[in-house]
Design a binder for this molecule. Sequence first.
Ligand SMILES: [Zn+2]
Ligand SMILES: [Zn+2]
Length: 446
Amino acid sequence: MRICEYAPGELTGRTFECACGKVHGSTVRRITVGRGAIEAVPETVKALGGKRVFLVADENTFEAAGRRVCAELSSHGVECATHLLGTEPGFERPEPTERTLGNLIMSFPRGYDCIVGVGGGVVNDLCKLSATPGNLPYVYVPSCPSMDGYTSDSASVIYGGVKSSVACKCPDAVLADTEIISKAPAKLLLAGIGDMVAKYVSICEWRISALINGEYYCEEVAEIMRRCRKAAFDNAAAAAGGDPDAVAAVINGLCLVGMAMTYAGCSRPASGVEHYYSHLWDMRCLEEHRQCELHGIQVGVGTLLSLKKYENLKRIKPDREKALRAIRSFDLEKWESGVREYFGASADRITEIENREGKYDPDKCAKRLDVILDRWDGIMRIIDEELIPSEKLEELFVKIGHPTEPEQFGESEKSAEEAFRHTCDIRDKYILTRLLHDIGVSPDEI
Ligand SMILES: [Zn+2]
Ligand SMILES: [Zn+2]
């Protein structure tokens, strides 16, 4: 049986020798998706050796599910202390910053030996990080289907003002109660769909980078993601209407994404340029002390914008002379002042990334350009195979009520274009804007 044919709950405790050369496995020991999954929290905690639980939630998720988890634990003789995540000044929801994580760790009561996180992505990411240094057992009870980091071994945090991905342990168990999750606000479900449709772009860019840079790629992991994105697309309308089976299909997909990232040992299966729109909007919001939109919604709109950019790319025929002229005349000082203007306090961390990687180094760019020109047809074929027409996604978004424009959540066309320009600067991943630079096309041209 192929890895992509397993349900998430069947993947736990297994390893797979893969044609990509890796042995794929994850430390997640239990994944249960279904009605009443929350009742399994006490036995799961005990099976992991936990006796006293530190339960982490936020105000809303504590009401939605946390209080019930505490009651379940107490009635099974497990002590439970609670910490509710606070918010940054000007924010309605907790943000994954050093301060929020610091408050969480400093509230950890002595003698407690297990963490249970009840909530969305921020709760999960901060709990994973808190459980990592002491390798504490950690059980995650999602309260909503808003993002795909359920089972992954990385946490998305804002570190020194830069949205970063930090390595951490996976949850030991994920107990997704569809009865609770299907009652979550509809917008959170839309966010989960938004995060899943991103996988069109992420897999496309992973393959493109493998073709250009020889980056590690696993077809089996990619196939898991293709099935997840299809399940999300096909079930989106029914899930948005509250159908529990459709919601379960989306949640299964969200659980698989984290497994796939762990299998690949990188975030390539899950995120590409569409995610960087979101990271940049988050960073700007934090800098400007304004509430940012849910990750999955930003990513959904980022996916739509990225699909349109790829459609424009397909109309371009790269020209060697033009590309070489642009590569050689790239003004690093001008770039740096642009970075200072856009990123403000976190600009130093961005220039550090460039100093380390040298992605604008003209010789490296020229070398890549040769490969790109040689393999241009292959790149175009990948785009045709992996991406869907932007109108098709737009149609789905309109049907389910997912935003289609940045203006619908306090951003603008201008902020989206500015973000697009900087997508290549925040991480060292080879994405669309890096490809554009190498063929001498400015981000404003497409
Ligand atoms: Zn593999
Ligand atoms: Zn995401």
